[in-house]
Design a protein around this ligand. Structure first.
Ligand code: C2E
Ligand code: MG
Ligand code: MG
Length: 640
């Protein structure tokens, strides 16, 4: 009885559709996609040879040449599919670079393939693999084929389990489905040699893999047809995990959000598709070596293998040049602001999360220049590292008493002497050196450490006030900063009053600075805290007045004694319009009986200007930077 060909024909149909859909869905970029394509193509060819061979058998052909050719063709190609499957699985975990140098794995991958291929190609002479004379029959070495398959399957199982973290569960399951499906088919075929289900089973499991591991909607952005953010994130995460060096060309269109907001969606899409074309063109410079991604909001990434660094540079140059060309869209002249940064990862950006955070908004942090920027110009490694480790830095600083309080003198225009000072937090970390209080305060707010830091600053200030020297210097009070989160602490008032009582410091000596952002929160707890402290006799300053939005209602409602004009006012005082604003702001605040401190005075000229405006107090580098207590004391003494 002849063998039925219907399963093989079904397999060919499935594989043909799969090939077409893979190409149509543009799943042709990247190593794993290319391997998958090769895997489908080989199975397709194997099925074709199988049909030929079986047809010859069924027709009881006597052409030995044709019989050998067809059977050898089928077996050689079939024998190739399994190692290609192994390579596909390896490429799913993106660990190529590891196995490239691993002699044992290279041996496992090549030795069975070479042995079986050699045995098959020499078979017409040795006749050990199969015979065709008098009908197709397996020879005594045929087991080699099963042995090779078994080696690859064991390899794949061990490999996937070892690198399971590098694949999602659905990819893992889909990739592994080939083994039980293929195994079952092999058993069926052993039991009933006339049922040729092996190729059909292979086609079915390729279908399963295609659904499970190659879903384009998961990785391809529908607007640009490039791979999306999630694909970029998972690919880069894998690179970091595998310590695989890649060169990343990062393009953020600085003004894309503005274009979108001003010109609307359709227009922005037109610009976007033009940029996509240019990204493709630039990639041609490199012979299309890069993997392309579109993250969203005008952010593109091109990822090159380490050995293509030179190409990465050239591509980046070509990209900038092309994007800087003038183009009009719908007769509208639009100038793009492409910020292109080249980075080698993980060498230059040590940590995956850092890379992703950096990529979010580097275009907002640099001045636009039409050239390729190197990551070191834009990425402040120290800053990112500090931000990454800030919780530990703060905890250690508290434990080893590394925080310090500095004082910056505040000058009274009327009394012509220093009457107070602002207490400012300082940290010199043994690893990172000086860390700006802005970073510290924001991080400490997030972690909750701000309360302990705040208590520490107030303790230090109270200790200073309690010492006799404070009064002999003629100082009247010290200003202490309170951050937004501190103001919302339930028992803040009690805590502050407690510390002051402990040091026997009375309320008149402490002035608390709150910021406008804090002032714009309408939290009840904050209001209660401030009222309680106010009743206890503590005065308040509104810090950084003129930055955020100046909420006059808040200024009226809060129990404020002092308004601190922010340095931005001072920096702009040359501007005639700003002078008008300043004059009127000062007049308005004075009419409300507020006292005014001007911050950030650096020159005599600035000092004269604000003194003339009748501002009450002056603070700034012109007199002194914030300094440690002993220096502050000698400074005040030297002015007496
Ligand atoms: P701030 O309260 O507005 O403090 C004034 C800042 O301006 C200080 O920066 C001071 O060094 C700086 N400054 C003073 N005069 C000049 C000048 O003439 N030119 C220039 N360029 N800058 C001047 P610093 O010490 O870096 O503090 C930054 C911010 O960190 C403070 O702004 C404050 O919001 C916060 N901060 C500092 N210490 C503490 C603290 O103990 N607790 C809390 N919650 N926040 C603090
Ligand atoms: Mg302040
Ligand atoms: Mg300020």
């Amino acid at each position: 009885m002849g063998k039925s060909l219907s399963y093989d024909i079904a397999a060919i149909l499935i594989l043909t559709l799969l090939l077409i859909s893979t190409v149509v869905r543009k799943l042709t970029n990247g190593m794993s996609n290319r391997m998958f394509l090769a895997f489908i193509s080989l199975n397709w060819l194997a099925a074709l040879f199988d049909i030929w061979a079986v047809s010859l058998d069924n027709a009881q052909s006597t052409s030995h040449f044709a019989l050998y050719l067809a059977h050898t063709g089928y077996l050689v190609i079939h024998n190739l599919t399994v190692p290609v499957y192994a390579l596909f699985v390896i490429s799913l975990s993106d660990t190529w670079h590891k196995i490239r140098k691993n002699f044992i794995i290279q041996f496992i991958l090549w030795a069975p393939l070479i042995t079986v291929s050699a045995a098959l190609l020499t078979n017409p002479f040795t006749k050990k693999m199969f015979l065709v004379e008098g009908g197709y029959q397996r020879g005594e070495w045929f087991f080699l084929i099963y042995a090779a398959i078994s080696i690859y399957i064991v390899f794949v199982i061990v490999y996937t389990i070892y690198y399971r973290e590098l694949m999602t569960l659905s990819k893992f399951c889909a990739a592994m489905s080939y083994i039980p499906i293929g195994g079952a088919a092999m058993l069926v075929q052993m039991q009933s040699p006339s049922t040729l289900v092996e190729m059909f089973a292979a086609a079915v499991s390729l279908l399963v893999i295609s659904f499970g591991a190659q879903r384009p909607e998961e990785i391809v952005d529908s607007d640009t047809q490039l791979m999306k953010y999630s694909a970029y994130a998972s690919d880069m995460k894998r690179n970091y995990y595998n310590k695989k060096n890649v060169d990343v060309v990062m393009l953020n269109l600085g003004n894309f959000s503005e274009i979108n907001a001003m010109m609307g969606y359709d227009f922005a899409m037109q610009v976007l598709s033009d940029v996509v074309d240019r990204v493709h063109q630039a990639n041609m410079v490199s012979g299309s070596k890069a993997d392309l991604y579109y993250l969203d909001r005008g952010r593109f990434r091109m990822v090159f293998n380490e050995k293509d660094r030179k190409l990465a540079e050239e591509t980046a140059e070509a990209l900038v040049a092309s994007l800087m060309e003038k183009r009009d869209y719908n007769d509208l002249d639009v100038t793009l602001q492409p910020i292109v940064v080249l980075a080698r990862c993980p060498e230059e950006i040590k940590d995956f999360k850092m890379l992703m955070t950096f990529g979010m908004d580097f275009h907002q942090k640099v001045k636009f220049e039409p050239r390729v920027m190197h990551v070191n110009e834009v990425f402040h490694k120290g800053l990112f590292e500090i931000q990454g480790n800030i919780d530990e830095i703060i905890e250690e600083a508290l434990e080893f008493k590394r925080f310090q309080v500095y004082y910056q003198p505040i000058y009274s225009v009327e009394k012509r002497k220093f009457v107070s000072a602002e207490a400012l937090l300082r940290l010199f970390d043994p690893t990172y050196g000086f860390i700006s209080p802005e970073i510290l305060v924001t991080a400490a707010e997030r972690s909750g450490a701000i309360h302990r830091i705040g208590d520490y600053v107030l303790e230090e200030v109270c200790r200073f006030i309690a010492e006799g020297e404070f009064h002999s210097l003629g100082l009247e009070y010290i200003e202490v900063n309170l951050s937004v989160t501190q103001c919302m602490r339930v028992n803040l008032a009690d805590k502050i009053l407690g510390i002051m009582a402990k040091h026997r410091v009375s309320a008149e000596y402490i002035n608390l600075e709150i910021t406008e952002t804090a002032a714009s929160h309408t939290q009840e707890i904050m209001a209660e805290n401030l009222q309680k402290l106010h009743r206890a006799g503590i005065s308040f300053s509104l810090d950084d007045y003129g930055t955020g939005y100046s909420n006059i209602k808040r200024v009226i409602q809060l129990p404020l004694k002092i308004i601190k004009l922010d340095k931005t006012f001072v920096d702009e005082q040359d501007n005639p319009k700003m002078r008008v604003v300043l004059k009127n702001t000062v007049a308005m605040l004075k009419d409300m009986n507020m006292e005014i401190v001007v911050e950030g005075i650096e020159t005599q000229e600035m000092l004269d200007f604000f003194a003339e405006l009748q501002c009450d107090f002056i603070q700034g580098y012109f007199f002194s930077k914030p300094v440690p207590k002993p220096e502050f004391v000698s400074f005040i003494k030297s002015y007496e």
